[in-house]
Design a protein around this ligand. Structure first.
Ligand SMILES: Nc1nc2c(c(=O)[nH]1)N[C@H]1C(S)=C(S)[C@@H](COP(=O)(O)O)O[C@H]1N2
Ligand SMILES: [Mo]
Length: 512
C-alpha cells in the first residue's frame, strides 16, 4: 500500500487521494455547473460594461424584448430553464444560489486537500510541466489526435504518465481555470466589491467578472467533453481501472474499475436528480438545510465588511434598471396599489411620516422635511441586483443610525425590519426586508430621498428607500412605510428574514 505514490517513481499508479478527490470533484463541479445555469437564467444576458445597459449585451439567451414605451422590471427579463438543465429548473434563483455556494465551498475544501497532498507527495510531477518543451509537444499531440492517432504515453522530461497535451490541459484546469472561477466568483459579491472596489477592477468591472465567470463555465464544459472523449479513446476499462482501482496492472478482473466507476457515475447522477426533486417539492426545507450549512460561513467571512465605495460622479449609469413596480394603480403588475400611498404621492409626500417603532424607547414619526433636516450623506455606489445586473447611482439621504439614535434602540433590538407600501410582485404579500442591527453602524447605510442629485423618483422608491452598499438589491426596500426594531426576524412574515427570502428562497444575508 502506497497511498501517495511515493514509492512509485513512474507515478503510474493513481494514489487513493487523487482518485477520491477526482470523483468528489466530478460531483461538485457538475452541481456547480447546473446551479450556475439556474443563476444565469435569472438574468440571461452578459455585458462587458458595468452599467449592464440594455442593448449592449455581448451574449444573451432570451428572445424576450422589453417595451420601449412602458415601464418594465428586471424580473420581466427572467427566463426559466428545465430541471434537466438547471438546478433547480424554473424560477430557481434562490435555491440555485444556495446549491452553487454550498458546492463552491465543498469544491474548494476538496481542492485544498488535493493541493496539500499533491505537493506533499511527488504526485505534483504528474501535473506540473518541467520544460517549455511541453508547448510544442502538446501541439504535436493535438495534431495526432485530430488525425486519429494516439500520442505516446508520458513526457520525455519527467515521470508523468500523461502525454504533454494531457499534462498541459490538467495543469491549466487546476492552476488557471479553477483560480479564475474562484476569483471572478468572489468579485461578484457586493460585500467584497463594496469593501475592496479595486479588487473588482482587477477584472475591469463586475460585469466583466460575470462574463469571465461564464466563459470559465464554457471552458469547463469543453474540457468535460474532451475528457469524456479521451476516456473512450484510450479505453474505457483501462481508464476506469486507473481512476477507480488505482492501476490497470495485475487486476484479476479487468472490468472491475469500469463496473465500480459506472456505479459512482450513477450515484452522482442520483445526487443531481435528488437535488432537483427536493428543490422542486420541498423548497422551504431545502432552503433551511442549505442555509444552515452555507450561512454561518458566508456570514463570518462577509457580513462585517463595510462599504468604502466612492465612484466618481462621471461614472453614474445612464440608465438605472428597475425592480419592483410602484404601488399605484397605473401598474397592475405591482400586485396591488396602496391607496394611502397614492394619496401621499398626490400631495408630494407632504403628509408622509416615516414611523419608527418596535423595540425603541420613543416610537417616532418623521416627515420628509424632518429627515432632510438631519445630517445628509451622499454616496456614489454600485447597485448589485441578485439577478446579475448592476448600475451606478449617486444616492443622498440620512443614515439609518441617525434616525435610530433619535428613537433609542432597546438592548433587545437585534434586527431592523423595513416595511414597504409595495407588494411582492409574485405573491402579492407585503414587501419587507430585515437586516441585523449592526448594519446601522455601517458607514453607507442610509435612507435615501435623492438619486443623482434630484428628488428620488417614484419608480426608485419615493419618498424613501433603503441603501445598503454591501448587500444585494432586494434588501433595499423601496417606498418605505415604517421601520420596526425587533428581537428576532423569524417572528415576521414567514420567518426567513424578508419577503423575497420567504417567497423566493433568497438568503437573508445577501452578501454575495
Ligand atoms: N418595495 C420594494 N422594494 C424593492 C423591490 C420591490 O419589488 N419592492 N425590489 C428590490 C430589488 S430586487 C432591487 S434589485 C431593487 C431595485 O431598485 P431600483 O428599482 O431602484 O433599481 O429594489 C429592491 N427593493
Ligand atoms: Mo434585485
Amino acid at each position: 500500500m502506497d497511498p501517495f505514490g511515493i514509492g512509485d517513481p513512474s507515478l503510474h499508479a493513481t494514489p487513493i487521494f487523487i482518485r477520491l478527490t477526482h470523483w468528489f470533484n466530478v460531483l461538485f463541479l457538475t452541481l456547480l455547473l447546473r446551479s450556475g445555469l439556474a443563476v444565469l437564467a435569472a438574468h440571461p444576458k452578459l455585458y462587458w460594461n458595468i452599467h449592464a445597459q440594455p442593448g449592449t449585451e455581448w451574449l444573451w439567451f432570451t428572445r424576450k424584448k422589453m417595451p420601449a414605451d412602458q415601464m418594465w422590471c428586471s424580473t420581466d427579463e427572467e427566463v426559466e430553464w428545465p430541471g434537466c438543465l438547471a438546478l433547480p429548473g424554473g424560477s430557481g434563483l434562490g435555491l440555485g444560489r444556495y446549491w452553487h455556494f454550498l458546492n463552491a465551498l465543498a469544491w474548494m475544501a476538496c481542492g485544498a486537500i488535493y493541493m496539500a497532498l499533491l505537493f506533499l507527495s511527488p504526485q505534483w510531477r504528474r501535473l506540473v510541466p518541467t520544460s517549455w518543451e511541453v508547448f510544442p509537444d502538446a501541439l504535436r499531440d493535438l495534431g495526432m489526435y485530430l488525425t486519429f492517432r494516439t500520442p505516446p504515453q508520458g513526457t520525455p522530461y519527467g515521470p508523468s504518465p500523461f502525454n504533454p497535451l494531457q499534462q498541459l490541459t490538467y495543469f491549466g484546469i487546476v492552476f488557471l481555470l479553477a483560480p479564475l472561477m474562484m476569483l471572478t466568483g468572489l468579485a461578484q459579491s457586493p460585500s467584497i466589491a463594496g469593501r475592496w472596489p479595486r479588487y473588482e477592477r482587477l477584472f475591469r468591472n463586475r460585469q466583466t467578472a460575470r462574463s469571465l465567470h461564464f466563459l470559465g463555465l464554457i471552458a469547463f464544459v469543453v474540457f468535460l467533453i474532451g475528457h469524456l472523449v479521451m476516456i473512450f479513446w484510450h479505453g474505457f476499462a483501462k481508464e476506469m481501472n486507473l481512476m477507480v482501482m488505482g492501476t490497470d496492472e495485475g487486476l484479476s478482473l479487468w472490468w472491475s474499475g469500469a463496473a465500480i466507476g459506472t456505479g459512482i457515475v450513477l450515484a452522482i447522477v442520483g445526487v443531481h436528480v435528488a437535488a432537483n426533486l427536493v428543490s422542486a417539492h420541498f423548497q422551504r426545507t431545502t432552503h433551511e438545510v442549505l442555509s444552515s450549512l452555507v450561512d454561518p460561513i458566508r456570514e463570518r467571512v462577509l457580513h462585517h465588511l463595510q462599504s468604502v465605495q466612492e465612484y466618481p460622479e462621471s461614472s453614474v449609469s445612464p440608465f438605472f434598471r428597475l425592480n419592483g413596480y410602484p404601488p399605484i394603480s397605473t401598474y397592475p403588475q405591482a400586485k396591488g396599489n396602496d391607496e394611502s400611498y397614492e394619496k401621499l404621492l398626490k400631495h408630494g409626500f407632504a403628509e408622509y411620516r416615516l414611523r419608527v417603532e418596535g423595540l425603541v424607547d420613543h416610537p417616532t414619526e418623521f416627515s420628509i422635511d424632518e429627515l432632510r433636516a438631519l445630517p445628509k450623506q451622499e454616496q456614489t455606489t454600485l447597485h448589485h441586483c441578485i439577478q446579475g445586473w448592476t448600475s451606478i447611482g449617486r444616492w443622498g439621504g440620512v443614515r439609518v443610525r441617525e434616525v435610530l439614535d433619535r428613537c433609542g434602540v432597546q438592548p433587545e433590538g437585534r434586527y431592523i425590519a423595513f416595511h414597504s407600501f409595495g407588494k411582492h410582485e409574485a405573491s402579492g404579500n407585503d414587501y419587507y426586508e430585515c437586516i441585523s442591527i449592526d448594519m446601522a453602524d455601517h458607514p453607507q447605510v442610509i435612507l435615501a430621498y435623492e438619486l443623482n442629485g434630484v428628488t428620488l423618483p417614484v419608480q426608485h422608491g419615493a419618498p424613501l428607500r433603503l441603501r445598503l452598499e454591501t448587500k444585494l438589491g432586494f434588501k433595499m426596500v423601496k417606498w418605505v412605510r415604517s421601520i420596526e426594531v425587533v428581537d428576532d426576524y423569524r417572528k415576521l412574515g414567514e420567518g426567513q428574514g424578508g419577503v423575497r427570502e420567504d417567497q423566493q428562497q433568497f438568503d437573508m444575508g445577501a452578501e454575495i
